[in-house]
Design a protein. Sequence first.
Length: 458
Amino acid sequence: MTDLTTLLEVGGPLAALGGGAAYTRVNHPAVYWSTVGLPLSTARLLGSYSSVMEACGLTVAPSRLRVLAVKATTRREVRPVPPRRGIIRPTSTGLRLRLRLAPGQEPADVAASAERLRHAWGVHAVYVTTVKPGVVELRLVGFDVLRRVRMPRKLDEGLLTVPVALREDAMPFVRDYRTVPHQLTLGATLSGKSMYLRHLITGLARQPVALVGIDCKRGVELAPFAARLSALATDPEQAAELLPVLVKEMEDRYDLIKARQGIAPGTPAEDITSDIWGLPESERPTPVVLFVDEVAELFLVATKKDEERRDEMVTQLIRLAQLGRAAGIYLEVCGQRFGAELGKGATMLRAQLTGRVCHRVNDEASAKMALGDIAPEAVMAACAIAPERPGLAVAGDTSGGWSRIRTSYLSLGDAARVCRESAHLAPDLPALKPFRPHVPAGSVGAPALLVRPRPVTD
Protein backbone atom coordinates (compact mmCIF):
# COMPACT_ATOMS: atom_id res chain seq x y z
CA MET A 1 0.00 0.00 0.00
CA THR A 2 2.85 2.32 0.80
CA ASP A 3 4.52 1.60 -2.55
CA LEU A 4 1.25 2.31 -4.38
CA THR A 5 0.81 5.61 -2.57
CA THR A 6 4.38 6.62 -3.40
CA LEU A 7 3.85 5.67 -7.05
CA LEU A 8 0.72 7.78 -7.24
CA GLU A 9 2.45 10.73 -5.59
CA VAL A 10 5.29 10.58 -8.12
CA GLY A 11 3.26 9.61 -11.16
CA GLY A 12 0.67 12.35 -10.75
CA PRO A 13 3.06 15.27 -11.27
CA LEU A 14 4.84 13.41 -14.07
CA ALA A 15 1.56 12.81 -15.89
CA ALA A 16 0.59 16.46 -15.45
CA LEU A 17 3.98 17.53 -16.74
CA GLY A 18 3.70 15.23 -19.75
CA GLY A 19 0.21 16.45 -20.49
CA GLY A 20 1.30 20.06 -20.23
CA ALA A 21 4.21 19.43 -22.58
CA ALA A 22 1.90 17.76 -25.12
CA TYR A 23 -0.56 20.66 -24.90
CA THR A 24 2.22 23.20 -25.31
CA ARG A 25 3.67 21.35 -28.29
CA VAL A 26 0.35 21.46 -30.14
CA ASN A 27 -0.91 24.93 -29.20
CA HIS A 28 2.33 26.82 -28.52
CA PRO A 29 5.06 25.16 -30.60
CA ALA A 30 7.51 28.04 -30.23
CA VAL A 31 7.36 27.82 -26.42
CA TYR A 32 7.72 24.04 -26.54
CA TRP A 33 10.72 24.31 -28.82
CA SER A 34 12.50 26.83 -26.59
CA THR A 35 11.95 24.81 -23.40
CA VAL A 36 11.96 21.16 -24.49
CA GLY A 37 12.70 20.69 -28.17
CA LEU A 38 15.88 22.77 -28.33
CA PRO A 39 17.74 20.94 -25.51
CA LEU A 40 16.67 17.52 -26.80
CA SER A 41 17.66 18.18 -30.41
CA THR A 42 20.98 19.71 -29.36
CA ALA A 43 21.76 16.65 -27.24
CA ARG A 44 20.87 14.31 -30.10
CA LEU A 45 23.05 16.29 -32.50
CA LEU A 46 26.07 16.37 -30.22
CA GLY A 47 25.78 12.74 -29.20
CA SER A 48 25.19 11.20 -32.61
CA TYR A 49 26.92 13.58 -35.02
CA SER A 50 29.70 11.25 -36.16
CA SER A 51 27.52 8.15 -36.42
CA VAL A 52 24.75 9.99 -38.28
CA MET A 53 27.20 11.46 -40.77
CA GLU A 54 28.67 8.01 -41.36
CA ALA A 55 25.21 6.47 -41.85
CA CYS A 56 24.33 9.22 -44.35
CA GLY A 57 27.51 8.60 -46.35
CA LEU A 58 28.92 12.02 -45.53
CA THR A 59 32.27 10.78 -44.18
CA VAL A 60 35.55 10.34 -46.04
CA ALA A 61 38.61 8.23 -45.42
CA PRO A 62 41.11 9.88 -43.03
CA SER A 63 44.38 11.26 -44.28
CA ARG A 64 47.57 9.24 -43.89
CA LEU A 65 48.88 11.70 -41.32
CA ARG A 66 45.73 11.26 -39.23
CA VAL A 67 46.01 7.46 -39.47
CA LEU A 68 49.64 7.51 -38.32
CA ALA A 69 48.82 9.89 -35.45
CA VAL A 70 45.93 7.72 -34.20
CA LYS A 71 47.96 4.52 -34.38
CA ALA A 72 50.93 6.12 -32.62
CA THR A 73 48.96 7.62 -29.72
CA THR A 74 46.03 5.23 -29.18
CA ARG A 75 44.88 1.74 -30.06
CA ARG A 76 41.47 2.90 -31.31
CA GLU A 77 40.10 1.92 -34.69
CA VAL A 78 40.66 4.55 -37.34
CA ARG A 79 37.20 5.67 -38.41
CA PRO A 80 36.08 7.77 -41.41
CA VAL A 81 36.13 11.53 -40.91
CA PRO A 82 32.84 13.53 -40.92
CA PRO A 83 32.65 17.18 -42.05
CA ARG A 84 34.05 19.55 -39.47
CA ARG A 85 31.21 21.04 -37.44
CA GLY A 86 31.00 24.67 -36.39
CA ILE A 87 29.35 26.26 -33.39
CA ILE A 88 25.68 25.41 -32.85
CA ARG A 89 23.63 28.61 -32.80
CA PRO A 90 20.09 28.29 -31.41
CA THR A 91 17.27 30.44 -32.81
CA SER A 92 13.65 30.99 -31.85
CA THR A 93 12.57 28.46 -34.48
CA GLY A 94 15.45 25.99 -34.68
CA LEU A 95 19.22 25.60 -34.90
CA ARG A 96 21.93 26.77 -37.24
CA LEU A 97 25.39 25.31 -37.73
CA ARG A 98 28.02 25.36 -40.43
CA LEU A 99 29.86 22.39 -41.88
CA ARG A 100 33.23 22.48 -43.62
CA LEU A 101 33.07 19.84 -46.31
CA ALA A 102 35.81 17.28 -46.62
CA PRO A 103 37.81 17.04 -49.86
CA GLY A 104 35.70 15.43 -52.57
CA GLN A 105 32.34 16.41 -51.08
CA GLU A 106 29.84 18.91 -52.48
CA PRO A 107 26.78 20.69 -51.06
CA ALA A 108 24.46 18.42 -53.05
CA ASP A 109 25.66 15.46 -50.98
CA VAL A 110 24.50 17.12 -47.77
CA ALA A 111 21.23 18.32 -49.33
CA ALA A 112 20.43 14.77 -50.44
CA SER A 113 20.70 13.61 -46.81
CA ALA A 114 18.51 16.38 -45.35
CA GLU A 115 15.56 14.04 -44.75
CA ARG A 116 17.77 11.55 -42.89
CA LEU A 117 19.24 14.29 -40.75
CA ARG A 118 15.74 15.51 -39.90
CA HIS A 119 14.70 12.15 -38.50
CA ALA A 120 18.01 11.50 -36.76
CA TRP A 121 17.97 14.78 -34.83
CA GLY A 122 14.22 15.03 -34.23
CA VAL A 123 13.44 18.31 -35.97
CA HIS A 124 10.70 19.37 -38.38
CA ALA A 125 12.92 20.09 -41.40
CA VAL A 126 16.55 20.59 -42.44
CA TYR A 127 17.59 23.07 -45.14
CA VAL A 128 21.05 23.34 -46.68
CA THR A 129 22.52 26.54 -48.13
CA THR A 130 25.98 27.23 -49.52
CA VAL A 131 27.88 29.92 -47.61
CA LYS A 132 31.10 29.82 -49.64
CA PRO A 133 33.12 27.16 -51.46
CA GLY A 134 33.61 24.26 -49.09
CA VAL A 135 31.25 25.58 -46.39
CA VAL A 136 27.50 24.91 -46.06
CA GLU A 137 25.01 26.00 -43.43
CA LEU A 138 22.41 23.66 -41.97
CA ARG A 139 19.22 25.39 -40.86
CA LEU A 140 17.24 23.07 -38.60
CA VAL A 141 13.61 24.11 -38.10
CA GLY A 142 12.12 22.71 -34.92
CA PHE A 143 8.39 22.97 -35.79
CA ASP A 144 6.03 23.87 -38.61
CA VAL A 145 6.46 27.64 -38.81
CA LEU A 146 3.76 27.93 -41.50
CA ARG A 147 1.04 26.63 -39.21
CA ARG A 148 0.86 29.92 -37.30
CA VAL A 149 2.78 32.58 -39.14
CA ARG A 150 4.79 34.95 -36.99
CA MET A 151 7.10 37.24 -38.87
CA PRO A 152 10.57 37.86 -37.38
CA ARG A 153 10.83 40.96 -35.24
CA LYS A 154 13.84 42.36 -37.06
CA LEU A 155 13.14 42.84 -40.76
CA ASP A 156 15.34 44.64 -43.24
CA GLU A 157 13.10 47.03 -45.13
CA GLY A 158 14.19 49.40 -47.84
CA LEU A 159 12.82 51.20 -50.84
CA LEU A 160 10.70 48.82 -52.95
CA THR A 161 11.30 45.87 -50.63
CA VAL A 162 8.42 44.38 -48.64
CA PRO A 163 8.65 41.39 -46.24
CA VAL A 164 5.33 39.95 -47.29
CA ALA A 165 5.35 36.35 -46.01
CA LEU A 166 7.27 33.69 -44.11
CA ARG A 167 9.15 30.89 -45.85
CA GLU A 168 9.09 27.30 -44.64
CA ASP A 169 12.71 27.63 -43.46
CA ALA A 170 11.62 30.40 -41.02
CA MET A 171 13.19 33.14 -43.15
CA PRO A 172 11.10 36.10 -44.37
CA PHE A 173 10.01 36.11 -47.99
CA VAL A 174 10.87 39.59 -49.25
CA ARG A 175 9.30 41.03 -52.38
CA ASP A 176 12.15 43.09 -53.84
CA TYR A 177 11.05 45.02 -56.92
CA ARG A 178 14.60 46.09 -57.73
CA THR A 179 15.63 42.43 -58.06
CA VAL A 180 12.37 40.91 -59.38
CA PRO A 181 10.62 43.79 -61.15
CA HIS A 182 7.45 42.01 -62.30
CA GLN A 183 5.48 39.16 -60.77
CA LEU A 184 2.52 36.91 -61.53
CA THR A 185 0.35 35.82 -58.56
CA LEU A 186 -2.27 33.12 -59.10
CA GLY A 187 -4.79 31.66 -56.68
CA ALA A 188 -8.35 30.38 -56.55
CA THR A 189 -11.12 31.94 -54.53
CA LEU A 190 -10.35 31.94 -50.76
CA SER A 191 -6.78 30.83 -51.39
CA GLY A 192 -5.21 33.86 -49.69
CA LYS A 193 -4.29 35.80 -52.82
CA SER A 194 -6.08 38.92 -51.60
CA MET A 195 -4.24 38.69 -48.26
CA TYR A 196 -0.94 38.58 -50.12
CA LEU A 197 -1.99 41.66 -52.07
CA ARG A 198 -2.90 43.52 -48.86
CA HIS A 199 0.54 42.93 -47.38
CA LEU A 200 2.18 44.23 -50.56
CA ILE A 201 0.05 47.38 -50.68
CA THR A 202 0.43 48.21 -46.97
CA GLY A 203 4.18 47.62 -47.17
CA LEU A 204 4.55 49.94 -50.15
CA ALA A 205 2.09 52.50 -48.73
CA ARG A 206 4.70 53.61 -46.17
CA GLN A 207 7.27 54.27 -48.90
CA PRO A 208 7.61 57.13 -51.42
CA VAL A 209 6.14 55.04 -54.23
CA ALA A 210 3.22 55.71 -56.58
CA LEU A 211 0.60 52.95 -56.39
CA VAL A 212 -1.64 52.40 -59.40
CA GLY A 213 -4.49 49.88 -59.50
CA ILE A 214 -6.54 48.16 -62.18
CA ASP A 215 -9.41 46.25 -60.61
CA CYS A 216 -12.04 45.23 -63.13
CA LYS A 217 -14.26 43.73 -60.42
CA ARG A 218 -15.77 47.18 -59.99
CA GLY A 219 -12.99 48.04 -57.58
CA VAL A 220 -14.05 45.77 -54.71
CA GLU A 221 -10.47 44.63 -54.04
CA LEU A 222 -8.51 47.87 -54.40
CA ALA A 223 -11.12 50.53 -53.57
CA PRO A 224 -10.49 50.28 -49.78
CA PHE A 225 -6.93 51.50 -50.43
CA ALA A 226 -8.04 54.47 -52.54
CA ALA A 227 -6.59 57.04 -50.13
CA ARG A 228 -3.07 55.88 -51.02
CA LEU A 229 -3.58 55.11 -54.70
CA SER A 230 -2.38 57.57 -57.33
CA ALA A 231 -4.72 56.09 -59.95
CA LEU A 232 -7.45 53.47 -60.05
CA ALA A 233 -9.38 51.90 -62.93
CA THR A 234 -12.42 49.82 -61.98
CA ASP A 235 -13.51 48.48 -65.39
CA PRO A 236 -11.93 47.63 -68.77
CA GLU A 237 -12.96 50.97 -70.26
CA GLN A 238 -11.04 52.92 -67.61
CA ALA A 239 -8.12 50.51 -67.89
CA ALA A 240 -7.96 51.17 -71.64
CA GLU A 241 -7.56 54.88 -70.86
CA LEU A 242 -5.07 54.43 -67.99
CA LEU A 243 -2.58 52.06 -69.67
CA PRO A 244 -1.63 54.48 -72.53
CA VAL A 245 -0.92 57.14 -69.91
CA LEU A 246 1.46 54.78 -68.12
CA VAL A 247 3.18 53.93 -71.41
CA LYS A 248 3.58 57.64 -72.16
CA GLU A 249 5.00 58.19 -68.66
CA MET A 250 7.50 55.40 -69.32
CA GLU A 251 8.57 56.98 -72.62
CA ASP A 252 9.01 60.39 -70.94
CA ARG A 253 11.29 58.79 -68.35
CA TYR A 254 13.39 57.25 -71.09
CA ASP A 255 13.73 60.70 -72.65
CA LEU A 256 14.87 62.02 -69.27
CA ILE A 257 17.54 59.32 -69.04
CA LYS A 258 18.75 60.02 -72.55
CA ALA A 259 18.92 63.77 -71.92
CA ARG A 260 20.90 63.25 -68.71
CA GLN A 261 23.39 60.84 -70.27
CA GLY A 262 23.80 62.73 -73.51
CA ILE A 263 22.26 60.02 -75.71
CA ALA A 264 20.87 61.10 -79.05
CA PRO A 265 17.11 61.79 -78.94
CA GLY A 266 16.46 59.31 -81.77
CA THR A 267 18.00 56.34 -79.95
CA PRO A 268 15.41 53.54 -79.43
CA ALA A 269 14.42 52.96 -75.84
CA GLU A 270 15.34 49.27 -76.16
CA ASP A 271 19.00 50.20 -76.71
CA ILE A 272 19.35 52.11 -73.45
CA THR A 273 20.88 49.89 -70.80
CA SER A 274 20.73 52.27 -67.82
CA ASP A 275 17.76 53.15 -65.63
CA ILE A 276 16.35 55.88 -63.41
CA TRP A 277 18.55 54.78 -60.48
CA GLY A 278 21.55 56.23 -62.27
CA LEU A 279 20.00 59.69 -62.13
CA PRO A 280 20.63 62.14 -59.29
CA GLU A 281 18.11 61.81 -56.49
CA SER A 282 16.80 65.31 -57.14
CA GLU A 283 15.95 64.39 -60.76
CA ARG A 284 14.87 60.79 -60.20
CA PRO A 285 11.22 60.09 -61.03
CA THR A 286 9.02 58.41 -58.44
CA PRO A 287 8.81 54.61 -58.82
CA VAL A 288 5.41 53.31 -59.90
CA VAL A 289 3.94 49.92 -58.96
CA LEU A 290 0.96 48.81 -61.05
CA PHE A 291 -1.40 46.28 -59.43
CA VAL A 292 -3.62 44.38 -61.87
CA ASP A 293 -6.25 42.36 -60.03
CA GLU A 294 -8.06 39.61 -61.95
CA VAL A 295 -6.09 40.11 -65.14
CA ALA A 296 -8.37 37.72 -67.05
CA GLU A 297 -11.04 40.44 -67.12
CA LEU A 298 -8.77 42.46 -69.41
CA PHE A 299 -8.57 39.56 -71.87
CA LEU A 300 -12.22 38.52 -71.99
CA VAL A 301 -14.22 40.01 -74.87
CA ALA A 302 -17.85 39.83 -75.94
CA THR A 303 -17.90 41.80 -79.21
CA LYS A 304 -15.54 42.60 -82.07
CA LYS A 305 -15.07 46.11 -80.68
CA ASP A 306 -14.02 44.69 -77.30
CA GLU A 307 -11.48 42.47 -79.04
CA GLU A 308 -9.74 45.48 -80.57
CA ARG A 309 -9.60 47.22 -77.20
CA ARG A 310 -8.29 44.03 -75.59
CA ASP A 311 -5.43 43.76 -78.09
CA GLU A 312 -4.41 47.35 -77.37
CA MET A 313 -4.41 46.84 -73.59
CA VAL A 314 -2.43 43.60 -73.81
CA THR A 315 0.13 45.26 -76.08
CA GLN A 316 0.54 48.10 -73.60
CA LEU A 317 0.93 45.67 -70.68
CA ILE A 318 3.60 43.78 -72.60
CA ARG A 319 5.45 47.02 -73.31
CA LEU A 320 5.35 47.96 -69.64
CA ALA A 321 6.64 44.51 -68.70
CA GLN A 322 9.45 44.63 -71.25
CA LEU A 323 10.63 48.21 -70.75
CA GLY A 324 9.14 49.38 -67.46
CA ARG A 325 11.92 48.23 -65.12
CA ALA A 326 14.48 50.75 -66.33
CA ALA A 327 11.86 53.49 -66.06
CA GLY A 328 10.94 52.52 -62.50
CA ILE A 329 7.55 51.03 -63.39
CA TYR A 330 6.82 47.60 -61.92
CA LEU A 331 3.95 45.18 -62.48
CA GLU A 332 2.09 43.00 -59.99
CA VAL A 333 -0.34 40.87 -62.01
CA CYS A 334 -2.92 38.76 -60.12
CA GLY A 335 -5.56 36.31 -61.27
CA GLN A 336 -7.19 32.91 -60.85
CA ARG A 337 -6.01 31.52 -64.17
CA PHE A 338 -3.51 32.70 -66.71
CA GLY A 339 -2.48 30.98 -69.90
CA ALA A 340 -2.62 30.86 -73.67
CA GLU A 341 -6.38 30.20 -73.66
CA LEU A 342 -6.96 33.81 -72.54
CA GLY A 343 -6.06 35.00 -75.98
CA LYS A 344 -3.41 36.72 -78.05
CA GLY A 345 -0.42 38.01 -76.07
CA ALA A 346 -1.11 36.14 -72.81
CA THR A 347 1.87 33.80 -73.07
CA MET A 348 4.16 36.63 -74.11
CA LEU A 349 3.09 38.70 -71.12
CA ARG A 350 3.60 35.79 -68.75
CA ALA A 351 7.14 35.27 -70.06
CA GLN A 352 8.04 38.82 -68.92
CA LEU A 353 6.84 38.25 -65.35
CA THR A 354 9.97 37.07 -63.54
CA GLY A 355 8.50 36.29 -60.12
CA ARG A 356 5.79 33.67 -59.64
CA VAL A 357 3.58 33.00 -56.63
CA CYS A 358 0.99 30.23 -56.86
CA HIS A 359 -1.62 29.79 -54.11
CA ARG A 360 -4.11 26.94 -54.04
CA VAL A 361 -5.58 26.46 -57.52
CA ASN A 362 -8.50 24.44 -58.82
CA ASP A 363 -6.58 22.34 -61.33
CA GLU A 364 -3.07 21.23 -62.20
CA ALA A 365 -3.09 23.23 -65.42
CA SER A 366 -3.29 26.48 -63.43
CA ALA A 367 -0.24 25.48 -61.38
CA LYS A 368 1.64 24.69 -64.59
CA MET A 369 0.78 28.15 -65.90
CA ALA A 370 2.48 29.75 -62.93
CA LEU A 371 5.41 27.43 -62.23
CA GLY A 372 5.70 24.87 -65.01
CA ASP A 373 8.01 26.93 -67.19
CA ILE A 374 10.44 27.91 -64.40
CA ALA A 375 10.33 25.16 -61.74
CA PRO A 376 8.49 22.00 -62.88
CA GLU A 377 9.09 20.21 -59.58
CA ALA A 378 7.18 22.97 -57.77
CA VAL A 379 3.95 22.23 -59.65
CA MET A 380 3.08 19.23 -57.46
CA ALA A 381 3.84 21.23 -54.33
CA ALA A 382 1.33 23.87 -55.44
CA CYS A 383 -1.29 21.21 -56.22
CA ALA A 384 -0.87 19.74 -52.72
CA ILE A 385 -1.94 22.93 -50.89
CA ALA A 386 -4.92 22.14 -48.67
CA PRO A 387 -8.03 24.39 -48.62
CA GLU A 388 -7.83 24.70 -44.82
CA ARG A 389 -4.51 26.53 -45.08
CA PRO A 390 -5.35 29.84 -46.77
CA GLY A 391 -2.37 32.02 -47.51
CA LEU A 392 -0.06 29.09 -48.21
CA ALA A 393 1.66 29.41 -51.58
CA VAL A 394 4.64 28.30 -53.62
CA ALA A 395 6.98 31.09 -54.70
CA GLY A 396 9.50 30.69 -57.50
CA ASP A 397 11.54 32.73 -59.94
CA THR A 398 13.29 32.22 -63.24
CA SER A 399 16.45 30.97 -61.51
CA GLY A 400 14.62 27.69 -60.84
CA GLY A 401 14.53 28.07 -57.06
CA TRP A 402 11.25 27.79 -55.17
CA SER A 403 9.94 27.56 -51.62
CA ARG A 404 6.67 27.36 -49.70
CA ILE A 405 5.52 30.61 -48.12
CA ARG A 406 2.54 31.77 -46.11
CA THR A 407 1.24 35.25 -45.33
CA SER A 408 0.00 36.23 -41.91
CA TYR A 409 -3.55 37.42 -41.36
CA LEU A 410 -4.22 41.10 -42.10
CA SER A 411 -7.78 42.37 -41.96
CA LEU A 412 -9.13 44.60 -44.68
CA GLY A 413 -9.89 47.31 -42.13
CA ASP A 414 -6.32 47.38 -40.83
CA ALA A 415 -4.93 47.52 -44.37
CA ALA A 416 -7.29 50.37 -45.28
CA ARG A 417 -6.32 52.24 -42.11
CA VAL A 418 -2.62 52.03 -43.01
CA CYS A 419 -3.39 53.44 -46.45
CA ARG A 420 -5.40 56.31 -44.99
CA GLU A 421 -2.67 57.16 -42.49
CA SER A 422 -0.04 57.21 -45.26
CA ALA A 423 -2.18 59.09 -47.79
CA HIS A 424 0.14 62.09 -47.50
CA LEU A 425 2.94 59.98 -49.02
CA ALA A 426 1.08 59.59 -52.31
CA PRO A 427 3.26 61.40 -54.88
CA ASP A 428 1.84 64.06 -57.16
CA LEU A 429 2.10 62.74 -60.73
CA PRO A 430 0.34 65.14 -63.11
CA ALA A 431 -0.19 62.47 -65.77
CA LEU A 432 -2.15 60.28 -63.33
CA LYS A 433 -4.19 63.05 -61.73
CA PRO A 434 -7.32 62.43 -63.90
CA PHE A 435 -7.39 58.84 -62.62
CA ARG A 436 -6.89 59.67 -58.94
CA PRO A 437 -9.78 58.08 -57.00
CA HIS A 438 -12.00 60.47 -55.12
CA VAL A 439 -12.06 59.86 -51.38
CA PRO A 440 -14.76 61.75 -49.42
CA ALA A 441 -13.36 63.87 -46.61
CA GLY A 442 -15.58 62.25 -43.98
CA SER A 443 -14.74 58.62 -44.82
CA VAL A 444 -12.65 57.88 -41.76
CA GLY A 445 -14.28 54.79 -40.35
CA ALA A 446 -15.13 52.89 -43.54
CA PRO A 447 -13.35 52.58 -46.90
CA ALA A 448 -14.56 54.84 -49.65
CA LEU A 449 -17.12 53.50 -52.11
CA LEU A 450 -15.75 53.99 -55.59
CA VAL A 451 -18.12 51.71 -57.48
CA ARG A 452 -20.27 53.45 -60.01
CA PRO A 453 -23.90 52.19 -59.93
CA ARG A 454 -25.11 50.29 -62.94
CA PRO A 455 -27.86 52.01 -65.00
CA VAL A 456 -31.38 50.80 -64.32
CA THR A 457 -32.76 48.79 -67.25
CA ASP A 458 -36.03 47.03 -67.96
